[in-house]
Design a protein around this ligand. Structure first.
Ligand code: AHR
Length: 328
């Protein structure tokens, strides 16, 4: 993987990329021409989580002394594919990408494999029949996250002594791994418990603005009295929904149970203020793990295929006074 021609080419690319590649946001973070070069296709900047994740990658690359070619695809799969192709032609040492959706990656990953470049999939997963198309996955266990959300709801319903609760779900980007698995895990956890009816599931695309839109339309359809629980697949959408609820005179956290995912500071503050009842943690701090794996691969070491960070759940039942600042 590490031969001079490749590294020299990638180093030149690092320096010239901004000028040569339309739309390539590469940052020449190292002046060392013999440093490993990582091509990183980030899917966008849709959330505080995502911005924290990009920062984690940049900081870790710097700590390890690696060059990082970073491209932000602004929520477009075709831009991610183009970025990966540019990384292949620049012969980077390792490609890292966070796929916006699960399908449609086989061709470009076959090209990476043919070029002998290892691929680390970070954060979200892909769907493929050929596991040999990527070296490893580093990211959350989204199914477990969904289950934690459902388990909290069961606990909350017990605490309330509730007989029946109408649940609405605001989901993330359709056909993305966190959307699919957070939904499936949640349904698994409440399955067979007839206290719960999921009356609606709408897509908010992981965006605050769409969380607001979804909440407005849910209130129009069901009225505040028709909704007992909101399960939102990320904090941005939850924060958007909170604004709409409060403007409508609803007290989130009291009149309705709010369950969110991520754990960004603004949402944790809302949890501490009683406006959210539960946040399932999803950590964006994946950069260190990714760069440690890049280093291991450069030394020819075997790496585990599946790598999940440890994650927890922050709820109204916990003492959160010692919770460290989230950093994103
Ligand atoms: O893929 C992880 C999800 O993507 C995070 O939960 C969300 O905030 C982000 O946009």
């Amino acid at each position: 993987m590490r031969h001079m021609t490749r590294r020299a080419l990638a180093a030149i690319a690092l320096a010239l990329c901004g000028a040569l590649l339309a739309g390539c946001a590469a940052k020449p973070v190292t002046a060392n021409p013999s440093a490993l070069v990582v091509g990183f296709s980030q899917l966008g900047a849709e959330s505080g989580w995502r911005i924290g994740n990009t920062a984690s990658m940049e900081q870790a690359a710097k700590r390890w002394g690696f060059g990082l070619m970073l491209d932000n695809a602004n929520q477009r799969q075709d831009k991610q594919i183009a970025a990966i192709r540019s990384f292949i032609s620049y012969q980077v040492d390792v490609i890292v990408f966070s796929p916006i959706v699960e399908t449609g990656w086989d061709n470009v990953l076959t090209e990476a494999r043919n070029a002998g470049i290892p691929v680390i999939i970070m954060d979200r997963m892909i769907e493929t029949d050929d596991d040999g198309l990527y070296t490893a996955y580093i990211g959350a266990d989204f199914l477990a996250e969904g289950r934690r959300a459902g388990e909290f709801l069961v606990r909350k319903a017990d605490a309330l002594g509730a007989e029946h609760l109408n649940v609405v779900e605001i989901t993330g980007t359709e056909e993305s791994t966190p959307m699919r698995e957070r939904q499936a895990g949640f349904m698994q956890a409440i399955d067979g418990d007839d206290r719960f009816t999921v009356i609606a599931s709408v897509s908010g695309d992981f965006l605050r603005s769409k969380g607001e839109e979804c909440m407005r339309s849910l209130l129009e359809t069901y009225g505040a009295e028709g909704i007992d629980v909101i399960y939102s697949h990320n904090d941005e959408m939850t924060l958007g929904a909170l604004d709409v609820l409060e403007a409508a005179g609803v007290k989130p956290g009291e009149d309705m149970v709010l369950i969110s995912v991520d754990g960004q500071q603004e949402a944790v503050d809302a949890l501490k203020a009683g406006r959210i009842n539960c946040i399932v943690e999803c950590t964006p701090d994946l950069g260190e793990r990714v760069m440690a794996m890049v280093d291991a691969l450069s030394k020819g070491e075997e790496v585990p295929k599946q790598n999940h960070p440890e994650e927890t759940c922050f709820t109204e039942f916990d003492d959160l006074s010692d919770l460290a600042p989230r950093g994103y």
